[in-house]
Each structure stands twice: as structure tokens, then as C-alpha cells.
Design a protein around this ligand. Structure first.
Ligand code: RM4
Ligand code: MN
Ligand code: MN
Length: 427
């Protein structure tokens, strides 16, 4: 829209429509004895960290199709994350991957982030790829390797990542290991796990004060026969063996088909070892799609466990909310705006669950009313609520529309360079 008057009128019409939708939702909630203001207050505390590796176009092993104006370095990635934070007011932190986004000067990066209103969440190590100049190879594993020299190198890298994180103001590290084997007999199943634990013990011993260590499991890929930390049971064994400051990270894409992920979450909460999440969505494997795009009901049920736990455990219960996605087709900024919106919607719906009623129906074994209680919340259209939260904090009513209207992508295309594919900008 080029005519400023017309654009102003459209904006006012949108704002008016929003006010009416919010009013209708408030009325609907009130009928159920729920005050929308208290829901908004709790939703405001649900913030989300954006991974540094999600801002460029992702790829598969078959190819990558970059778009115009992609960030060229970690500084530009932070600028893109700041745009997401400005529009959503919900992503104040960055989760940095090292070495992919290793800063030359951590102090300078921290200052740049602070200027953009950003801080740092968990740092992520990488012992799944060999780096130029590296002494020994991770081809047959890192922490699980039979050769002590490889294990030492992997531990030294992980300590280095913590050192960078400390300079940035991070307070946790996520360790995901690709270690595993492709063929039966290749790797000693028990000893490889013992070696992994021994390396993690060295990492744990070096944790800076106040830090936490997250172990992230994954059933397969790149190892196709036996992954060392394949499931939440293995991850929990590690965390429990390490100590109080170790906890498990649940990546929503790291489960075998049909796994009940909300049950995994509930179990980890029960033993006090839910460290946090890598939010994404998947149809088949570790697809790294937009959170809530494929299985929105599962996402709601996971959030339901979080809200339920928060009710019992209070502020001490604070799992890290991080995203881990790869954007092969969408403009990464738009994909992340959708992600944040979907996460907030799922959390808002979980906040609407009538917990006393649910408790009552569960105790009475009233299957139908218990299920209906959950569905009542799940089927409530909370879009006006999430939009209101953004608007009140100075964000956008419709972040994707505001992003397109801002011309940001065209500006970055001019400044950062073109690849020949300009993502759609029309509304
Ligand atoms: C893994 C895992 C890690 C992520 C890497 C890139 O599958 O999800 O969290 O850092 O991918
Ligand atoms: Mn992950
Ligand atoms: Mn993954």
C-alpha cells in the first residue's frame, strides 16, 4: 500500500477489529470465571530464545536455496533476531552455536547484542563436524571415542565454548552429541556410554558458577544403528550421574515416531530434570519445521504439562525455552515470527485450562469431562490475546504483515547481497 492515508485507514480498521475480538474473548473467558488480565500477565513471562543458526536459509543434504539479504555474519544474525524481538517482544535472548557463530571478540558481540536489547541463552558446542586445522577427527565419535586424544580435543572444545559463553553472559551449555555407530558390532554399547559420561564429568567439573549443563538426546541421524545418547532415559542417566546442575533438554524432533512427548516431559519434571526445550515440529524425523505447524495439539499438551508444573513448583520451575529450526523454504525471519506466535498461542491455551475442574474429573475417572476440559481450552481462539500482549508491549498486532510492510528484507537485500531469490513481500 503506497497511499499513506489508505494505509492509516487500514491500520485503524485492523486495530478496531482487534479490540472487538479481544472484547469477545474476554467475555467468553469471564463466563468461565477466567480473568483475561491475569492470563496476559502470565503469558508475558513466557519468553523464547532464538538460535543463531536459524537466521540463514537452511538446507538438506540435497541442496540449499538461499534468499536475498541473508545475514552474512553473527552481527547481522543478531540484527535479524532484534527485528523478531521488536515485532513480538518475546525473544530477548540468543542461543549461540560455536564454531558456526563464534565471535572474534565476545565482548564486542555482547555489547552489540545489548545495544539491540538482546542477551544470551545456552551456548551450543559442536563435536559433530571436523574443523579446519583440527588435530584428530570426529569421524568415529567425540566424547565416546576409543582414542583419548579425540576425547581430550572434544572436551577442550566444550570448555572453550563455555568460556566464550561466560564472556557473553550465558548461564548454560547444551551438549548434543552425534556419537554413535552405523553397524552392529562397530561400537561397544556400554563402554561408549561410559566414556561419554567420563568426558561429561570433566565438562561438569568446569561449569562456571551458576551455570547448568543440558544433555540433548536424539534417537538417530547421523548415526543410524546405535546413538550413544539416543533417548530420554540415557539423557537422564547422564544428568543424574553428573549432579544437580545437569538436566535434560527435549528437542521436539528427537523422538521415535509416535513417542508421547508430553509424557516424556512429565517424567522429566517429576524427577526435577527438565532443563529445557528445543522447539520445532516434525512429521517424520528431525525435520526442524516451524513449531506448532504439524502437531499443534501435541504442542498444547506439552505446554499443559508446563503450566501444571508451574502451578505446583512455582518460580523455581523455569525450563529454558529455545527454538531449534532449519528454514529451507520460508524466509527465516517470517518462519521465526510464526514460531513465536504458535508457541505463545499454545501456552496461552494451556493457561486457559480449568485445572480445578480437570483435577476433579481425573479423580472421579470421568474420562469424557476430563477430555472436554482440555479441549475447551485448546479450541479457544486465543489469537486476540497473543496479539494484545504484543501490542501492549509495543510489538506488532500482526508480526508477519508488519515485517513485510517494513521493507526490511528489501533493505537487507541491498546491503547484504542478492542470490536471485527474493521472498514474497505482498500482503
Ligand atoms: C541436532 C541437534 C542440535 C543442533 C544440531 C544442529 O540435530 O538438534 O541441537 O545444534 O542439530
Ligand atoms: Mn536440537
Ligand atoms: Mn535436531
Amino acid at each position: 500500500m503506497l497511499d499513506p492515508d489508505a494505509s492509516q485507514t487500514a491500520h485503524e480498521a485492523q486495530a478496531e477489529q482487534h479490540r472487538r475480538d479481544l472484547g469477545a474473548l474476554a467475555e467468553q473467558c469471564q463466563r468461565h470465571g477466567i480473568e483475561i488480565e491475569s492470563i496476559l500477565e502470565r503469558l508475558r513471562t513466557f519468553d523464547i530464545a532464538v538460535p543463531s543458526w536459524a537466521l540463514g536459509t537452511g538446507g538438506t543434504r540435497f541442496g540449499r536455496f538461499p534468499i536475498d539479504g541473508e545475514p552474512r555474519d553473527v552481527y547481522e544474525k543478531l540484527e535479524d533476531i532484534a527485528v523478531i524481538h521488536r515485532l513480538t517482544r518475546a525473544t530477548p535472548r540468543v542461543s549461540l552455536h560455536i564454531p558456526w557463530d563464534e565471535p572474534d571478540d565476545p565482548k564486542a558481540l555482547k555489547a552489540h547484542a545489548a545495544q539491540l536489547g538482546l542477551g544470551f541463552d545456552a551456548v551450543n558446542s559442536n563435536t559433530f563436524q571436523d574443523q579446519p586445522g583440527q588435530r584428530v577427527s570426529y569421524k568415529f565419535g567425540s566424547f565416546c571415542h576409543t582414542d583419548a586424544a579425540v576425547r581430550d580435543q572434544a572436551v577442550a572444545h566444550t570448555l572453550h565454548v563455555m568460556e566464550v559463553g561466560r564472556k557473553l553472559g550465558s548461564e548454560s551449555i547444551t551438549v548434543w552429541l552425534a556419537d554413535g555407530s552405523n553397524y552392529p558390532g562397530q561400537m561397544h554399547l556400554r563402554r561408549s556410554f561410559e566414556r561419554t559420561l567420563a568426558c561429561l564429568e570433566r565438562v561438569y567439573a568446569a561449569l562456571p558458577e551458576g551455570w547448568r549443563l543440558f544433555t540433548e538426546h536424539k534417537p538417530c541421524e547421523p548415526a543410524f544403528y546405535a546413538t550413544v545418547v539416543a533417548d530420554w532415559g540415557s539423557s537422564l542417566m547422564l544428568a543424574q550421574a553428573l549432579g544437580e546442575r545437569a538436566a535434560c533438554l527435549v528437542d521436539l524432533g528427537h523422538h521415535l515416531p509416535n513417542t508421547n512427548v508430553e509424557l516424556v516431559v512429565a517424567r522429566l519434571i517429576a524427577v526435577g530434570r527438565l532443563g529445557g526445550f528445543h522447539f520445532n515440529d516434525a512429521k517424520y524425523g528431525d525435520d526442524d519445521l516451524t513449531a506448532g505447524s504439524i502437531k499443534p495439539f501435541q504442542l498444547f499438551l506439552i505446554m499443559n504439562e508446563l503450566v501444571d508444573a508451574a502451578r505446583e513448583l512455582g518460580p523455581a520451575f523455569a525450563p529454558a525455552h529455545m527454538i531449534d529450526q532449519s528454514h529451507n523454504l520460508k524466509d527465516p525471519i517470517e518462519a521465526l515470527l510464526m514460531t513465536v506466535d504458535n508457541l505463545q498461542r499454545a501456552y496461552a491455551k494451556a493457561l486457559l485450562v480449568d485445572r480445578d475442574a480437570l483435577d476433579h474429573h481425573q479423580e472421579a475417572n470421568d474420562v469424557v469431562m476430563a477430555e472436554r476440559t482440555l479441549r475447551e481450552a485448546y479450541e479457544t481462539d486465543v489469537r486476540p490475546l497473543v496479539a494484545a500482549l504484543r501490542e501492549r508491549q509495543g510489538g506488532a498486532l500482526d508480526p508477519v504483515a508488519a515485517f513485510r510492510a517494513s521493507g526490511y528484507r528489501q533493505r537487507t537485500a541491498r546491503a547484504r547481497g542478492r542470490t536471485g531469490y527474493a521472498p514474497p513481500q505482498s500482503l
